[in-house]
Design a protein around this ligand. Structure first.
Ligand SMILES: [Fe+2]
Ligand SMILES: [Fe+2]
Length: 339
């Protein structure tokens, strides 16, 4: 994973100078923001990390599937349909483990590094200490979400008696694409813009991503509740990310704006996609005959579909920023409820 450079190395944003000469605290010098103040003030009451932990093993229901069949990109392929029920159950269990790993990878390698830059005000938003507190609280939330998803995979392994180690899977597709884009950035300034863009896409589309599990009442209730609890925190994170990015945007130069919009669109492609590399590895681990060919068939079919199709939140953000038509993304491939 490439290190995101400290913005002070880039010289691209004025925060570098301010960080070097720590200013005296002055409660009047920051731009106060009502949304951030409210979220920072009620965090101790609403955050999932502040709730009592349930014993997951006590509520595990062995007869339920671990993952929705509707989220398998190959669910209608004859190779999958011809598998016996035990293998299908293992594919669903691996699907859940991979879903959790993908979320954890995003939180650890995309979102928290992006939040860390925001806390340091690398984008010169002028939002001050309230913003730093709200975003640092969100970083604590993310660390706790990682623990929640780690626990959710662990209980599945224990209850099923199947090993399914995370270490057998590649880095999640979205995180890989973020790393590739960081590596392709030509300057440290571009790298921090990539980080903000992917963090924005992650934080404003994750509700729709978690809904894929949270709204399925047929699957394992432990899994559904993990997504429901995670989702509650993420509604607040979406507000925080939206507030921060809109302030940052006002201060970007024309070049920075153009680069940022392209990175946003790339982030959307990454977050919409199925992770075929991970599925290929799962087919290999389960020894599914013809599994690789099945995935190639699906991947090569136009209209094979996206995993995430609801980009209402981002569409609304772009409308508020007045950049909807400038984001190089094909909106006809997704659904949005926004006007
Ligand atoms: Fe999270
Ligand atoms: Fe988040």
């Amino acid at each position: 994973m490439d290190e995101i450079p400290n913005e002070s190395e880039s010289g691209a944003f004025p925060v570098a100078e301010r960080l070097r000469s720590l200013p005296e605290h002055d409660p009047n010098d920051a731009v106060e923001n009502a949304i951030l103040s409210r979220l920072a003030d009620n965090w101790h009451r609403r955050a999932t990390v502040k709730r009592r932990e349930e014993s997951l093993d006590d509520v595990f229901e062995r007869d339920r599937p671990d993952f929705p069949v509707a989220l398998l990109p190959f669910r209608n392929h004859p190779t999958y349909l011809g598998l016996d029920d035990k293998v299908k159950a293992k594919i669903l269990a691996w699907g859940w483990v991979a879903f959790n790993k993908n979320i954890m990878d995003i939180e650890q390698y995309v979102v928290n590094p992006g939040f860390s830059l925001i806390v340091k005000d690398a984008f010169d938003t002028g939002l001050g200490e309230t913003m730093a507190i709200a975003v640092t609280q969100a970083m604590v939330d993310e660390q706790y979400h990682t623990l929640m998803h780690l626990n959710a995979s662990a209980v599945t392994r224990r209850q099923r008696g199947w090993r399914m180690p995370d270490s057998a899977l590649p880095l999640g597709y979205k995180t890989r694409r973020h790393a590739n884009r960081l590596a392709a950035a030509e300057t440290p300034e571009q790298q921090v813009l990539v980080s903000l863009a992917f963090t924005t896409v992650a934080e404003i589309s994750i509700n729709a991503h978690l809904d894929l599990i949270a709204e399925d009442h047929e699957i394992q209730p432990v899994n559904r509740m993990t997504a429901v609890l995670h989702n509650r925190d993420e509604y607040c994170h979406a507000s925080i990310a939206s507030t921060v990015v809109q302030e940052a945007w006002k201060r970007f130069t024309a070049d920075q704006r153009g680069y940022f919009l392209t990175a946003l669109a790339d982030g959307m492609e990454a977050f919409a996609a199925h992770d075929f590399t991970t599925w290929a590895r799962i087919m290999e681990l389960l020894g599914v005959a013809g599994g690789g060919q099945m995935l190639r068939d699906i991947e090569n079919t136009s209209g094979s579909g996206r995993l995430l199709q609801d980009f209402s939140g981002l569409r609304q953000l772009y409308q508020e920023m007045d950049v909807l038509d400038a984001v190089p993304f094909d909106w006809s491939t997704v659904t949005t409820d926004a006007p």
